[in-house]
Every structure is written in structure tokens, then in C-alpha cells.
Design a protein around this ligand. Structure first.
Ligand SMILES: [Zn+2]
Length: 859
């Protein structure tokens, strides 16, 4: 495929940017920028090409400069943000818009990846790490004008305006630049390092009136700073660390050295935040903070090395989440995300994306995807399993030591890891990094006369074509993975013993690999690949009896869930139902695990079976109904008869103990499963039980779960109930987003009219990423209606209309279609036609990003 940006074409710019002096003036309708770029020539130069608004513009220099000589370039630019492009400096939602007191226009900036050049012409390159002196001017009514570095000056001007000056004294890449102007209230605190006793000031900037919502995030932030210090040894080098609420953004958060921005719905923790978003908030706070270390400190060399920034950071975030919510619980969620719609496996199978280190991109935002954020951390985990945790940790320490303050690329990473571990790390993980696709390992075992034999065969589950470039330039017909396969033999619900088999690249090519050893006792089953030790799929060859035993007794919860899924995939419905009923009756189970065992998604473990999208929804409905009838409506109703959520206390009263929050989240997830079963039972008694739960619910997630179940049922008053609840939900951003999700998820055919009504509602806008994604992506996940002729027609027209506003967001609507080649022939033809028509309406010369994705899907 042809790309707008190719990895092979990246090289260090002819001049090194060393310092930027700039001035930004914010007005209601525009932002004026001017500045001086201080550069040092790397080669003889007579002119300089700067990045400006997505183009290269060449400026003549006053004379010829030899390599090593310094020169300056004066630049200026005026931006008129249009409210669509959320890049460079853009108009965010002004707090209390349209109401008194009138506030000046809120401005936010987003510079990753090529946003700075929309503010001012610059060498917009990750290696252009330079110092900044930034003067900001704006309306004196702004509470804040913010940029990176230390605030060195602030004054009121005569004309109702103000001026502030920031100095960023450590070299920083332009993509980390921030300039914003707005109205916020501040929660201030500080954190002290226990070893050095150095203090860092912390500020949390929230929309006026929302200070209470920042108290719990501030506690998480303080804990994150110390957790990250303990884990990595990093100490924050600046005086102040700010978190700034923004309402409009394509992303959940952005690290702008010292000034993290987080979307308001995830940045505030109050009584409107649903559990899913709450867990996200617990992750995004340590994530963005970690980027001060991996990102600002050691910076990726090019966009193609962004996986280095993200994979490490995601793993720090995951470690924090594991500490708060439990490692097994979080890990099961991570694996589910990897396998689900829009997850890395599906992207690879679809040909939409695949290699962690890509050959090219059409839009730098392309790398902000499941491959970078989900596959890349998994590849690091696979590497850790292959070289051992000690060598892995030591190699990261060396990486941060060696490249501190500078840039690093994938080759640098591989070199350091090879050096420290003494292994050829490029050979070990090259296929995971440079190729499309993931390995699928079929594992079988046999026990006879005191001897155990295990055998493995591999196939390439995730690839359609694998003619990808390897780092040495040779072309591989198929990647040869090195795969660490862990195993544990289980008998009578106890682990007997276990270990790891490493499948070498020479073991690939469909050949069988066998291991055999004396083994005195015959186990009940082998629990393979616990916690997903390698990036790929493991398909166990097991009998129905062995799977049933595993679903009942595996000490590893994830593999119990997996065994239940495999029984479903094999249509072992009778056995599955019997175990389901036992699990429901088991009072000793952790409710997090119980909810996962009882959840009946329209999904399957088998990668090909997942593509039976219409059948999967029907089967899910039938199974839910069968399970509900087997257990009985009265039993189910009594399981959700006790709603015990204490009222929300923002001051931390009920939230002082993280374990209470975790327990409550798990209980609500369990109750949600039961509510779904009640919806599936679909009789007046079950509707009454859902209504009773709704009437008692004080917690937002409990209310939403009840409403979701009610909407899914045929309760004659469901519409009216949702309508009433909507009035209250729409008062807050999070409530509004949740409400739109409920509307879009309605399995009934009138969902289309309901969506059309929401599009007309005052306050909703297609340009508001949070609100438009909630409605549109909500419907893309509506398996009941999406695959109907009307659903597909809706998707087709919405894709085109949404791409006009945001290609990045519109691409999310393609996710359910990703594996269309595996659909049944009728649906496959319909979807192919749809994709072709959309591709014709979104030509690649105007829509490089989504056009490229469509071309990939159709190739
Ligand atoms: Zn990140």
C-alpha cells in the first residue's frame, strides 16, 4: 500500500531546533501566533523547510550556514479554529456557555502528532527537542493561561487583557507543547517523595462548580506519583504538575509535559461517573503522569516508534490498576479487550492494521489504535516471559539511563535489550513487532502409563497475507514466532505442577512439536497459557468432560471463563447450563469472577465463529433465556433484591477505602448479569423485578444497568421510563453520555427514530466527540439492529457524515465490519457493497485516513 508518511523516508531534519520564543494572543474568533525559532544547522543550509498546517513550506535564509552554525527564523501565523479539527489550538466548550456570567471563549490545544504546526510553522519532529519561552495574552477574565514549564511572569494589561510568561528549560518535543486559555477552578495539593523529601505541587483544574469531583482523582494522582516512583525510580523534575479538564478531544487524555489534559467525563469522579469510566479514570491518571518519564524524558524518535512510549506506559498503568482492582480481575478484562470488536486481534485479521512498527501511515493519528495500546504492551509481556523479569527490568533501566533527555527508536530499544539480556531480542520479538498477525497454538496432551506427552501445532490466526518487511529488509513469507507457552496440570481442583514450553521459530510451519516426560499422576486437565502469557491464541484440544471439569475447578479464574466459552462454542448446551446453574448458586465465588462466568455476550472464543454476527446475537438471546428459565425468575429477582450502595460522598467518606469501591463495582457487575437474565426472561414478573431494582438504585451504574435491562425487555413502559430518566441524566456530561448509550443500544426496531430524535436535541452536536461517539458508537455495538437492512443503511450514511467531521471517530464505526470476509455469504456481499460505496464517497485524496482504512479492508 502507498502511504503519506513512510518509515523509510524519516531522517533527522537538516537543522536541530534548540529554542523557541513565541507569543500567542487569544481572541474570541482567532489565535495570533508569532515567534522565533533558534536552530543549529546539521549540514550546509541556504533555506529551511518548516512544517506549516500539514504542508512543508520553504523559507530562504539570509545567507548560507555551515554545519554547526546557529541561525534564527522569525515566523507568524493566525489560526481561526472551526470547531471540527481538534488539533493545534481549538475551541473547547466554554463553561456555562450562553449563561451569565459570560466567559471568554475556552481554548485548548492538542499537538500530538502534528498539531504544533497548526499553531506556528516549526520543525514538527519528535527529535526537535528544544526549550521554550512562551508568552500568552488573553482576556483578563480567563482564570488561567497555561503553557509548559515554570510561570515566570504574570501581569494585567491596560486593555482588559492579561499576559503570562512560561519558561520550559528542559528540551521538549513540539508534540508535547500545550497552550490553553480558559476558566477553571483549582484543587491544589502536593506530594512528597519519601526518600528525598522533595515536594511537587499538584493542581487539578476543573470546570467551575466541580471542585468536589477532583478530590478522589487528586488522591489517585498522589498515589500514582509515589507508585510510579517506587516502580521505576523516576522523580518528577518540575515544580508543578497540572491536570486540566477538557471537554472536546479525540483522546481520553494527553500528556503535555507537566500539563496533562483529561476529558472532563473521566477527569472528575462524582456521583455521575459510571463504573466503567471510573476504572478508566484510575488508569488514565497514572498513565498520563508516567509519560513525563517515558515520552517527555525519553522521547520516541518518530511516530513509528510511538509504541515505545505507549507500551511501557500502558504497562505502568496496568500495574497500578492491578494493585487497586486485583491483577487477575484486570488481566481478564485486558484479554477480553484484545479479543473483542475493535481489539487488536480483529484489526489484524481484518488487514486494517497489524505490525506494531509500521511501514507507513496516512495520518499520524493512525498509530493511536489497538495495535499500539493493546498489542504492543502484550509484545513486551511476551518479551518478559522469554528473557525473564530480571533481565527485562534491568534492560528498561538501562534504556532510560542511556536515552534520558533524548530520543530513542525501535533499533535502540532492541540493541539495549539484546545487550542487557545477552539474547538476540530482534530475533525473539521481531516477528511480533514487524509483521501482521498473531500466532495460534493448538495444544494437546496425552497421559499413558506414567508418561505425559504434549504436542503443539501452530497456525497463523491473525493474518491474511504476511508479505511484510522484516527489519533487515528481507521479505518473510510468514512470521516465525518464538512462543512461551505456560502450562499447569490440575487435579481435584489443585495445581499439581507446571512450567513453560518455548516454541522456537523452527517449530512453526504447521509442524507438530512434541514433548514427553515421566508424569506419575494423570491430571484432570491442563490449564494452558494462564493470564495470556504470549500475544496470540491458544486453542486447547480437550474433551467436553475435561472442559466441564475445568469450568468447575480450575484455580485460575480466567481459564474457567475460557472453558465456559469453549463449551458454548462447541454447542455443549446441556453441560454449559448445568454448570451455569451451579455457578449462580455458588455463594463463595468472588463476584467479579462470578459476573464474568455468568455474562453471556454475543461472542465466542473461536475466531471464525465470532464472525457469525447475526447467529451469535440469536444464540446469545436463546442462551440467556434458557439460563433464566432454568434458574427461575423468582430466584433471579431475589438475587438483586438488595441494593446496598451507600450514597456518594465526594469528600471521600465512602471512598476512603479502595477495596470498598472495588467490591461495589464487582457486585454491580454481577447484578447487571442477573438483570440481563431477567430481561431475557421477559415476563411481567421479571420486568417488575428490574423496576424494583431501578427504584431502589442510588448509584449511577446500578441505575444504568437497570435501565439497560428494561430497554432490552418488552416492558410496555420501558420507553416512558427511559424518557423520564433521561431528563435527569442529561444534566451532567457523564449522565448524558450514558443516556445516549442506552438509547443507541435499544434492541427494538424503533431505535432508529430514537437516534434521529437525539441528533435533533438541543445541546447534542456531531462535533462534540463525547456525545457523538456515545450515540454513534453505541449503535455500532447494537448487534440486534446493526445487521438488519436498516441498520446497515444507517451505518453507511452515518459513516460518510461522521467522516466529514472526524475521520478518527468515524473509523470506530468500521470496527464491527472488520472481519467481513468471514461473514456468511449473504451478509458478506451486503457489507462489501457498503464498504465499496462508502469508499467511493470518501476518496483517498481527500480522506487519507479513513480512505486508507477502507482500502485496507477491501484489499
Ligand atoms: Zn499514552
Amino acid at each position: 500500500m502507498d502511504y503519506v508518511y513512510k518509515r523509510s523516508e524519516f531522517k533527522r531534519p537538516p537543522a536541530q531546533l534548540e529554542h523557541v520564543d513565541l507569543k500567542l494572543s487569544f481572541y474570541e474568533d482567532r489565535v495570533e501566533a508569532s515567534g522565533t525559532l533558534h536552530c543549529r544547522a546539521r549540514e550546509t543550509m541556504r533555506e529551511i523547510a518548516l512544517d506549516c498546517d500539514g504542508k512543508k513550506v520553504t523559507y530562504p535564509l539570509d545567507r548560507e550556514y555551515a554545519a554547526g552554525e546557529q541561525f534564527t527564523v522569525a515566523v507568524e501565523h493566525v489560526s481561526h479554529p472551526d470547531g471540527k479539527r481538534l488539533e493545534g489550538i481549538y475551541r473547547d466548550v466554554t463553561p456555562g456557555e450562553g449563561r451569565a456570567p459570560a466567559r471568554p471563549q475556552q481554548y485548548m490545544s492538542q499537538c500530538q502528532q502534528y498539531g504544533f504546526q497548526r499553531i506556528l510553522p516549526i520543525i514538527d519532529d519528535c527529535t526537535a527537542k528544544c526549550t521554550f519561552r512562551t508568552v500568552l495574552e488573553g482576556d483578563a477574565r480567563y482564570t488561567h493561561l497555561i503553557s509548559n514549564g515554570d510561570l515566570v511572569e504574570g501581569m494585567r494589561l491596560d486593555d482588559g487583557r492579561q499576559r503570562v510568561v512560561y519558561e520550559m528549560r528542559r528540551p521538549m518535543a513540539p508534540y508535547l507543547f500545550l497552550a490553553c486559555a480558559g476558566t477553571w477552578e483549582v484543587l491544589a495539593d502536593e506530594v512528597e517523595y519519601p526518600d528525598t523529601h522533595r515536594k511537587v505541587k499538584l493542581e487539578y483544574l476543573v470546570p467551575p462548580g466541580h471542585l468536589d469531583g477532583a478530590r478522589e482523582p487528586m488522591r489517585i494522582l498522589k498515589e500514582s506519583v509515589l507508585f510510579q516512583h517506587e516502580l521505576t525510580g523516576y522523580e518528577y523534575p518540575f515544580e508543578v504538575y497540572r491536570t486540566i479538564c477538557m471537554e472536546k478531544s479525540l483522546y481520553g487524555g494527553m500528556e503535555n509535559t507537566g500539563n496533562t489534559t483529561i476529558i472532563t467525563e473521566a477527569a472528575l469522579i462524582d456521583d455521575t461517573i459510571p463504573d466503567r469510566r471510573l476504572v478508566y479514570a484510575y488508569g488514565v491518571i497514572p498513565h498520563e503522569y508516567e509519560h513525563n518519564h517515558c515520552g517527555s524524558g525519553v522521547t520516541m524518535e518518530t511516530v513509528f516508534d510511538m509504541w515505545l512510549n505507549e507500551a511501557y506506559t500502558v504497562n505502568v498503568e496496568r500495574a497500578y490498576l492491578a494493585r487497586v482492582f486485583g491483577a487477575d480481575y484486570m488481566r481478564r478484562g485486558e484479554i477480553a479487550a484484545l479479543r473483542g470488536t475493535g481489539g487488536a486481534f480483529a484489526e489484524e485479521e481484518a488487514g486494517m492494521a497489524g505490525a506494531v512498527v509500521r511501514e507507513g501511515v496516512n495520518d499520524p493519528d493512525e498509530v493511536v489504535d489497538a495495535i499500539t495500546y493493546d498489542k504492543a504492551p502484550e509484545v513486551l509481556n511476551t518479551l518478559r516471559a522469554l528473557i525473564g523479569a530480571d533481565a527485562y527490568d534491568a534492560a528498561w533501566r538501562e534504556y532510560f539511563r542511556r536515552f534520558a533527555g533524548g530520543n530513542a527508536n525501535t533499533d535502540d530499544f532492541l540493541a539495549v535489550f539484546s545487550e542487557v539480556s545477552g539474547r538476540d531480542v530482534r530475533a525473539l520479538i521481531g516477528p511480533y513487532l514487524f509483521s501482521v498477525g498473531f500466532p495460534t497454538v493448538h495444544a494437546a496432551w496425552d497421559w499413558k502409563d506414567g508418561r505425559m506427552t504434549v504436542s503443539f501445532t501452530q497456525d497463523m490466526g491473525g493474518s491474511r497475507s504476511c508479505a511484510t518487511e522484516n527489519p533487515k529488509g528481507a521479505h518473510l513469507s510468514r512470521p516465525s514466532f518464538t512462543i512461551p507457552v505456560t502450562w499447569t496440570a490440575v487435579k481435584d481442583g489443585k495445581d499439581l505442577c507446571g512450567g513453560v514450553f518455548t516454541l522456537e521459530p523452527s517449530d512453526a510451519s504447521m509442524a507438530r512439536t512434541e514433548f514427553s516426560a515421566p508424569f506419575p499422576v494423570k491430571p484432570d486437565f491442563i490449564s494452558w497459557n494462564r493470564g495470556g502469557a504470549f500475544y496470540g491464541m491458544l486453542v486447547p484440544s480437550a474433551t467436553e468432560e475435561q472442559l466441564a471439569c475445568q469450568a468447575r475447578t480450575d484455580p485460575d479464574g480466567g481459564n474457567r471463563v475460557e472453558a465456559m466459552g469453549l463449551l458454548r462454542d462447541r454447542n455443549c448446551t446441556k453441560t454449559w447450563l448445568a454448570i451455569y446453574q451451579e455457578i449462580f448458586a455458588d455463594q463463595s465465588l468472588d463476584l467479579g469472577l462470578k459476573s464474568e462466568l455468568l455474562a453471556i455476550p454475543a461472542d465466542s472464543i473461536d475466531r471464525h465463529r465470532r464472525a457469525r454476527v447475526r447467529e451469535n446475537v440469536q444464540e446469545m438471546r436463546a442462551l440467556r433465556r434458557a439460563a433464566a428459565l432454568k434458574i427461575g425468575v423468582a430466584e433471579l429477582a431475589s438475587a438483586v433484591a438488595q441494593e446496598r450502595d451507600p450514597p456518594f460522598d465526594a469528600a471521600g467518606g465512602t471512598r476512603s477505602c479502595a477495596s470498598d469501591i472495588v467490591a461495589a463495582i464487582k457486585r454491580r457487575a454481577y447484578e447487571s448479569c442477573i438483570l440481563q437474565l431477567l430481561a431475557a426472561a421477559n415476563v411481567p414478573e421479571s420486568w417488575a423485578a428490574i423496576r424494583a431494582y431501578l427504584a431502589r438504585a442510588t448509584n449511577i451504574t446500578a441505575r444504568l444497568n437497570a435501565l439497560r435491562a428494561l430497554v432490552a425487555s418488552d416492558d410496555p413502559e420501558r420507553k416512558e421510563t427511559l424518557e423520564k430518566a433521561g431528563v435527569d441524566l442529561r444534566k451532567s456530561l457523564n449522565g448524558y453520555i450514558s443516556y445516549l448509550g442506552l438509547v443507541a443500544n435499544d434492541p427494538h426496531a424503533d431505535v432508529f427514530d430514537a437516534i434521529a430524535r437525539e441528533e435533533q436535541r438541543e445541546g447534542w452536536s456531531i462535533t462534540h466527540p463525547g456525545l457523538s461517539r456515545a450515540l454513534y458508537c453505541g449503535f455500532a455495538a447494537n448487534g440486534d439492529q446493526l445487521w438488519t437492512p436498516r441498520g446497515l443503511a444507517w451505518l453507511e450514511s452515518t459513516l460518510v457524515k461522521y467522516a466529514e467531521v472526524s475521520e478518527y471517530n468515524a473509523i470506530r464505526l468500521l470496527a464491527p465490519l472488520a472481519v467481513w470476509r468471514r461473514f456468511e455469504p449473504g451478509l458478506r456481499a451486503e457489507v462489501k457493497g457498503l464498504l465499496e460505496r462508502v469508499a467511493a464517497k470518501l476518496p483517498r485524496d481527500r480522506y487519507a485516513f479513513i480512505g486508507g482504512k477502507l482500502a485496507g479492508l477491501l484489499a
